[in-house]
Design a protein around this ligand. Structure first.
Ligand code: WTA
Length: 650
């Protein structure tokens, strides 16, 4: 940790108290699940509390939460506040990419959600039915999720950057009855024609009976008689009050498709009671959310971070959030910083990739704005390299704000390993997500499931079930058990490579399924990227494994240089030497390419499969099988660009 960071952290004695406190809480939560979670559950509303809060199961996921309790997620997220003194508090400030604005109080949100729920009921949607949502980041998106939750319909949000084939696959897998979409969405000043893409998808989706279309971009679109209707018109005749349906704790609240090691996406199914508790608890424990906060999680609702920390978490805690529709660098690379200044954002939760992109744009962009309202920063989705951590800390946080590096997954429902500013303060170590939350029985094990000592790399597993755990993969029991529970019986296998240091801090080292095996040695691609990125000339890097007849796999590195540095054979040699020096000869990339930019999905993840396809001279194939797909056009363009750069370089 560097000197600046240490200055704002608690003293050594406070630190050890913090660690002891967290460990003690965690021990209690796992040894005595019921006793620990009951008071937390009592902060939420339940129609009925029958029987145990947690039941052990013989079969994966080895437990169920609130199975005989009854509640409603929407009631807890919206009605509770609309019926209280918070009713006129803003739930969401919303800003569209072109600069249009809206604010919705809890009371207004309540009314909108009721009307949408009434419209869905009139269309014949009832509890257990699936509704696919394919929308840009507009208020109607949030309202649609909540309306589904109100009547017990299971929502399945498909990220608006997905292709029609990806949308069709997801609609068909869930057999959704209704699709909610929009005419289009704004992205870097251009319209993404969502309805057109949806129309294409629907040609192969026999289950969909009705399509609801929100008006956003206003261009001409086709509306199919009897099937398609405008959101606004549908809501005109709707009731302003719909009773929330009391649902069992294990009623599925939503399906969210995520990628695995095969091309077919997995539909992670979340519960109602356990998920609600986890979203609520983690929002408080990690972010210490307060009434006066203006909280901004920059994730798209198309991903799990958006589900839990744009929609459910903040609403369940009665918070005020900001939602922004568009691209971070539109019209200029200071859009985010402008938003923070104008809305007085106090908590910013984003992804390391975004931070690294902003680093590349330069400090003068955030420097133009007053960011002094910020009090807490968060990151999620990938390991954050210490360099980006420090930049975030100094340039965005003004060396004043703690950073919560949060590790979790679509499957876990909410944050699992993170600093917990709502519980106590512990020292931060740039690059480490720190320690597991109460309820999270995290261990690092070797291939045989034996717990590893400190500082040894292994697999991250979760022993005891936790409230936010997913319940199933939609319609695929076999895959659910084999992917997550077969490898280490009795535990959930996170497929992440990790290590715990002597202080008990967890270091996440990338996907275990992305780890390279070079001549029998395990090397994390992320570790290699980090090694490159500490070099002063490197802005970003991506490493993939290429088949090698002798070593099994050989790393191939792609490097984006910082402004002021130019590609040259000398610099290539220097970088390879740098890797050799920091990681040993075995890790030295067999090839290193300088590129202008890395192919990334809109949510900011590096498209490794695409890079691999280029390197291995394979065709791009179906991009919906990319780990975090983006539009076909974008992927193909990125593929061609990378191909050109490689050819030029070789
Ligand atoms: C990675 C996103 C390091 C990890 C919420 C995990 C992280 C995968 C972190 C899940 C972090 C997420 N540090 N790695 N703080 N957070 N990951 O399902 O590999 O999109 O398995 O959920 O992201 O990605 P998913």
């Amino acid at each position: 940790m560097d000197a600046t960071v240490r200055e704002v952290l608690p003293t050594q004695s406070a630190i050890s108290v913090g660690m002891r406190e967290i460990e003690e809480l965690r021990r209690k939560s796992i040894e005595n699940t019921e006793l620990f979670w009951e008071p937390v559950a009592n902060e939420l509303f339940w129609y009925e509390k029958k029987g145990a809060l947690f039941d052990k199961h013989e079969k994966p996921p080895y437990g169920g939460w609130f199975e005989n309790w009854k509640t409603n997620l929407c009631f807890n997220a919206v009605d509770r506040w609309a019926q209280s003194s918070r009713k006129n508090k803003v739930a969401f400030f919303w800003e569209g990419e072109p600069g249009d604005r809206k604010a919705l109080t809890y009371n207004e949100l309540y009314r909108e959600v009721n009307r949408m729920a009434s419209a869905l009921l009139r269309l014949g949607v009832s509890d257990g039915d699936r509704v696919t949502i394919y929308m840009p980041m507009i208020p109607e998106l949030v309202i649609s999720l909540l309306a589904c939750a109100r009547i017990g319909a299971i929502h399945s949000v498909v990220f608006a950057g997905f292709t029609s084939q990806a949308l069709a696959d997801r609609v068909n897998d869930s057999k959704s009855k209704v699709l909610i979409t929009a005419d289009g969405g704004w992205r870097r000043g251009k319209i993404i024609e969502l309805k057109k893409i949806a129309d294409d998808a629907l040609k192969q989706c026999p289950s969909v009976q009705k399509v609801i279309v929100a008006k956003r971009t206003g261009q001409e679109i086709d509306m199919e008689a009897y099937r398609d209707m405008w959101y606004d018109e549908l809501l005109k005749g709707a009731d302003s009050r719909v009773r929330p349906v009391p649902l069992p704790g294990n009623h599925p609240s939503y399906i969210l498709y995520t990628s695995g090691t095969t091309g077919k996406p997995k539909g992670a199914v979340h519960s109602t009671g356990g998920y609600m508790l986890w979203a609520y608890y983690t929002q408080k424990a990690v972010f210490d959310i307060r009434d006066e906060d203006i909280y901004w999680c920059t994730a798209d609702v198309g991903w799990v971070t958006g589900h839990t920390y744009v929609v459910y978490g903040p609403l369940l805690t009665g918070a005020t959030s900001l939602i922004y529709e568009g691209a971070p660098d539109f019209p200029e690379p200071d859009r985010w910083w402008k938003l923070i200044e104008e809305y007085g954002v106090t908590i910013l939760y984003t992804a390391p990739t975004a931070i690294r992109s902003f680093m590349k744009f330069g400090e003068h962009w955030p420097g133009k704005h007053d960011l002094s309202s910020l009090r807490l920063l968060g990151t999620v989705g990938e390991p954050i390299n210490p360099e980006a951590w420090n930049w975030y800390y100094r340039t965005i946080g003004g060396s004043r704000c703690q950073i919560v590096d949060t590790w979790w997954q679509t499957e876990t429902g909410g944050i699992m390993i993170s600093p917990q500013t709502g519980i106590t303060q512990i020292p931060l170590k740039p690059g480490s997500a720190s320690v597991p939350l109460p309820g999270v029985d995290a261990h690092i094990v070797d291939e045989n499931g034996h717990e590893l000592p400190a500082n040894r790399k292994g697999f991250l597993v979760i022993g005891h079930p936790w409230p936010g755990q997913f319940m199933a993969l939609w319609g695929d029991r076999e895959r659910f058990e084999s992917v997550y529970f077969k490898r280490f019986p009795g535990s959930y296998y996170a497929a992440d490579y990790a290590m715990k240091d002597h202080d008990g801090y967890f270091w996440l080292l990338g996907r275990a399924d992305e780890v390279l095996k070079i001549a029998g040695h395990r090397i994390g691609t992320i570790e290699l990227e980090d090694a490159l990125i500490v070099h002063p000339s490197v802005a970003e890097s991506a490493v993939i494994g290429k088949f090698d007849e002798i070593k099994g796999e050989s790393p191939v590195a792609f490097v984006v240089l910082r402004p002021g540095h130019d590609p040259s054979p000398a610099l290539r040699r220097e970088l390879l030497d740098h890797v050799r020096n920091s990681m040993g000869p075995i890790a030295v990339p067999g090839a290193l390419y300088f590129v202008e930019k890395l192919p990334k999905t809109r949510s900011g993840k590096i498209m490794r499969r695409l890079i691999r396809a280029v390197v291995e001279e394979k065709t791009l194939g179906d991009v919906s099988t990319l780990e975090d797909a983006t539009s076909i056009d974008e992927a193909e363009k990125a593929y061609r660009e990378l191909q050109k750069e490689i050819r030029r370089e070789s």
